[in-house]
Write a protein that binds this ligand. Structure first.
Ligand SMILES: [Zn+2]
Length: 319
């Protein structure tokens, strides 16, 4: 038995099943992911809040699958991506050059859109919804998405705070509440008020290792009787592979591969989600080039499936 605290996702429902509550403490996952990206300050908070959001939304998936959040912005950061499964696996990214360019300064951000893609366990697309981001605030945009696209009564609050002195996220987590038909509207406004005034900073553990989810749950339970159904641990995870790297590289096309081959050295690629480093050897580049030439000769480009985009988590080439 270990007494170390662990990131958790907790699902509960109310007595008469009129209310569903999901709590998430993703502090360590967000710390580890933002450290891998060398994200500090506001960028780390954005990663933390999108990680918590993806985990909360994934808790709604029936069975296995993945939720992908794609926040599009303009300004110093152009996009924030986070993927999560209902059982607590999560990954997230902000483009590398933008993280390094932002440093610990508060970036200038203009909200654009939020795209939410749901995949089944085989990676097939179940649904996709796009809404305007109502502000650069992750909680507000997520709540707007839930009300617009999921046709239900939802409230969501995520929060992450970076500690400059300790050079890491102090906490990252959030709460999702869904009311089912029959839930008293007056009670719903109490739920909304509770979430709007919720400061997760008040639930940081004394040892600084994450959030006191139990205390948060009790606070909620004092007003709305709940039973905990399930608890999952959270873990950073990225399903990238050498195969996906080669696929991404082949999207360079014949000319791109040819100039890469002529450099006569192995290509270095980093997964943009988990920063794992891949090397592609000269013979592998030649193999891809031969394939590209064959396809060109056969004139089959038009019949090829779409090139893998970054949404598939394809690693990008980086020097
Ligand atoms: Zn990866």
């Amino acid at each position: 038995m270990t007494f170390l605290s662990q990131d958790r996702i907790v699902r509960a429902t109310s007595d008469a099943a009129k209310l569903r509550l999901v709590l998430v403490d993703a502090t360590r996952a967000a710390q580890s992911i933002s450290a891998k990206h060398e994200a500090r300050g506001y960028a780390a908070q954005l990663l933390g809040e999108s990680i918590a959001s993806a985990l909360l939304l994934a808790s709604d998936l029936k069975g296995q699958g993945t939720v992908q959040l794609r926040f599009s912005l303009s300004g110093d950061i152009s996009r924030v991506n986070a993927d999560a499964t209902p059982f607590g696996l999560v990954r997230a990214m902000i483009p590398r050059d933008e993280i390094l360019g932002t440093g610990s300064f508060e970036p200038m951000l203009m909200p654009q859109t939020l795209r939410v893609i749901k995949l089944d366990r085989h990676g097939n697309r179940l649904s996709e919804g796009v809404v305007e981001m109502v502000s650069a605030d992750v909680s507000e945009s997520m709540t707007h998405y839930l009300r617009q696209s999921e046709q239900g009564t939802y409230a969501l609050r995520v929060m992450a705070r970076y500690d400059e002195a300790e050079s890491r996220l102090r906490f990252a987590g959030g709460v999702l509440v869904e009311a089912f038909p029959g839930f008293v509207p007056a009670d719903w406004s109490r739920v909304e008020k509770f979430l709007a005034s919720l400061d997760l900073g008040g639930y940081v553990r004394a040892d600084g290792q994450g959030l006191r989810l139990g205390a948060l749950q009790e606070r909620f339970q004092a007003e709305f009787p709940l039973q905990v159904h399930k608890e999952f641990e959270i873990e950073p995870f990225c399903p990238c592979s050498e195969e996906s790297v080669l696929r991404a590289l082949s999207s360079l096309g014949r000319e791109g591969l040819e100039s890469l081959f002529l450099e006569n050295r192995e290509a270095e690629m980093f997964c943009e989600f988990c920063r794992k480093r891949y090397t592609v050897s000269v013979p592998q580049i030649l193999g891809l080039l031969n394939e590209a030439e064959e396809k060109e000769i056969l004139g089959k480009e038009a019949e090829l499936p779409g090139e893998p985009g970054e949404d598939a988590g394809e690693p990008g080439e980086e020097k």
